[in-house]
Design a protein around this ligand. Structure first.
Ligand code: MCA
Ligand code: AMP
Length: 472
């Protein structure tokens, strides 16, 4: 399944002018835009921003964010989505690292960058040629095990290939109404959840917060959610039953607990579709609309993807369903590299051209994949957000009352993992909430520890390295 040469195929100006309109292309923040409204307003944004190379977009789930992203894609300008609750440390890092030249739309207070406004009611019917498919569409900031977040460069070509592979696996067509309430600064909510419908051609309903009640009220055919969203829906039988008429309930970004899978199947009459991916790879594995859905399993490679398992020494691990190894992938939807970091980029590729995901998996003889965990304890998944322990530790060490700290992700029934900081205080133990707020303010709210535990010393080995596995 391919959707033609335009990345956003449903927004072809000639086709829209000739009547290929729909009244409800995007509903977000309580506002519904027809396809022609969206095309006219976003093309007007494109005219204002066309001479820029890279711009930052404060990615609140609103109409101006949609217009800013679509306008940049029309003009061939690279978008740097910024989490709207980013604190000063995170903001400074993203802006400096990405070299964004301006804010497009809303800007945070006190910004030093120029601000290009997004006008919801402006319209332009200029027809832009489709930009080079090799051009970077986004630089998406995502956490690593150490250091500050890195910018993942995703090309237009990779996004088109990734979306077409999902459309094929999920039998996703213009007849589907997609519903979700995910943030618009990551692959899941932004690329699959906004660009997906604009490429495939069906309506999107963004619910604002992804609550069970909002999902139940939306009457979609396809729903996207992270496991925390599905866990909350499974705990709300009235809302869950409203989803019985949907065609597909899709979970990803973190492991879906088997009891939640079973409960959703029981309440809605259909097993959820699990899929697996990364900011760097988009979605590489998924259960198929016409295939088996198994609890604890993330399905088979989507079109164009190959996978393999390797042990610590680089030797092949058999695909027998039980042997586990480091998961490596390749395919047309992979990223171009980390922005401005050739060494970090080179480090995650094998010599023979496979991307090391950092996840540990088993693959059975039929090609079904099970994700067992991550190679590093320093990459935490909380509520579907990827959070580097090192980034939170660096932030906490910036607080005067913290002498030493180790951050880990502990099992949590709602969030999958919750961030817990083990802190050796400098002098008297400070207020726990003050440390939590320090992270929420400097970085972003979802990176805050949910819990602080004060300890006299951190467990260390003979080399002085903190033994995080002993912290629980
Ligand atoms: C609490 N709040 C605070 C503080 N504590 N605010 C400031 N300082 C504090 N110390 C308030 C906030 O103001 C906010 O209020 C609320 O707490 C947010 O709480 P939180 O607990 O973080 O929200 P939640 O409801 O528990 O969030 C669960 C969630 C969320 C909705 C599931 O985690 C989420 O949206 N996750 C999606 C992550 C995602 O899209 N990942 C995809 C990555 P108020 O509520 O009033 O605003 S892409 C990926 O992984 C790959 C490619 C893939 O496979 O998809
Ligand atoms: P991110 O960069 O936020 O896209 O996070 C990518 C990581 O999320 C992967 O490396 C996995 O560890 C995890 N992940 C995504 N989808 C799944 C899934 N369905 N099951 C288990 N882990 C997942």
């Amino acid at each position: 399944m391919s959707h033609g040469t335009r990345l956003l195929s449903s927004l072809d100006p000639l086709a829209v002018a000739a009547g290929a309109d729909i009244p409800d292309a995007v509903t977000i923040d309580g506002v519904t835009l027809s396809r022609s409204d969206l095309l006219g307003a976003a093309t007007s944004v494109a005219e204002r921003v066309a001479r820029a190379e890279r711009v930052a977009v404060l990615a609140r789930p609103t109409v101006p964010t949609v217009l800013a992203v679509v306008g940049c894609l029309i003009a061939g300008v690279t978008v740097v989505p910024v989490p709207p609750d980013s604190g000063p440390a995170e903001l400074e890092h993203i802006l400096t690292d990405s070299g964004a030249q301006a804010w497009l739309g809303e800007a945070p207070d006190g910004t030093g960058l120029p601000v290009v406004p997004v006008r919801k009611h402006a319209r332009s019917w200029h027809s832009y040629p489709e930009p080079d498919p090799a051009a970077p569409a986004f630089v998406l900031y995502t956490s690593g095990t150490t250091g500050a977040p890195k910018g993942v460069v995703l090309s237009r070509r990779a996004i088109a290939a990734g979306l077409d592979a999902l459309a094929e696996a999920w039998a996703w067509t213009a007849a589907d109404v997609l519903v979700h309430g995910l943030p618009l600064f990551h692959v899941h909510g932004l690329i699959l959840g906004l660009l997906g419908p604009l490429r495939v051609g069906g309506p999107l309903v963004h619910t604002g917060k992804p609550t069970p009640a909002n999902y139940a009220a939306a009457a979609g055919t396809m729903y996207f959610g992270v496991p925390t969203v599905w866990t909350r829906i499974a705990d709300d039988p009235v809302a869950a039953k409203e989803l019985s008429t949907a065609r597909l309930l899709i979970s990803g970004s973190a492991p879906l607990p088997a009891p939640v899978f079973e409960r959703l199947a029981e309440l809605t009459g259909q097993a959820p579709v699990e899929r697996y991916g990364m900011s760097e790879t988009m979605i590489t594995l998924s259960a198929r609309a016409d295939g088996a859905r198994r609890a604890g399993c993330v399905g088979v490679p989507v079109r164009g993807v190959q996978t393999r398992l390797r042990d610590e020494t680089g030797r092949p691990v058999p695909h027998d369903g039980s042997s586990i190894g480091g998961l490596q992938v390749r395919g047309p939807m992979l990223f171009d590299g980390y922005f401005g970091r050739p060494e970090a980029t080179a480090d995650c590729w094998t010599e023979d051209g496979w991307f090391r995901t950092g996840d540990v998996a088993a693959i059975d003889a039929e090609g079904f994949h099970r994700i067992v965990g991550r190679e590093s304890v320093d990459l935490i998944k909380s509520g579907g957000y990827r959070i580097g322990a090192g980034e939170v530790e660096t932030c906490l060490l910036g607080h005067a009352a913290v002498a030493e700290v180790a951050v880990v992700g502990l099992a949590d029934a709602d969030l999958g993992q919750r961030i817990v900081a083990f802190v050796v205080p400098r002098g008297a133990a400070p207020d726990e909430q003050a440390l939590i707020d320090h992270v929420a303010e400097q970085l972003s709210i979802h990176k805050r520890p949910r819990e602080i535990r004060f300890v006299e010393a951190l467990p260390r080995n003979a080399m002085g390295k903190v033994q995080k596995k002993q912290l629980s």
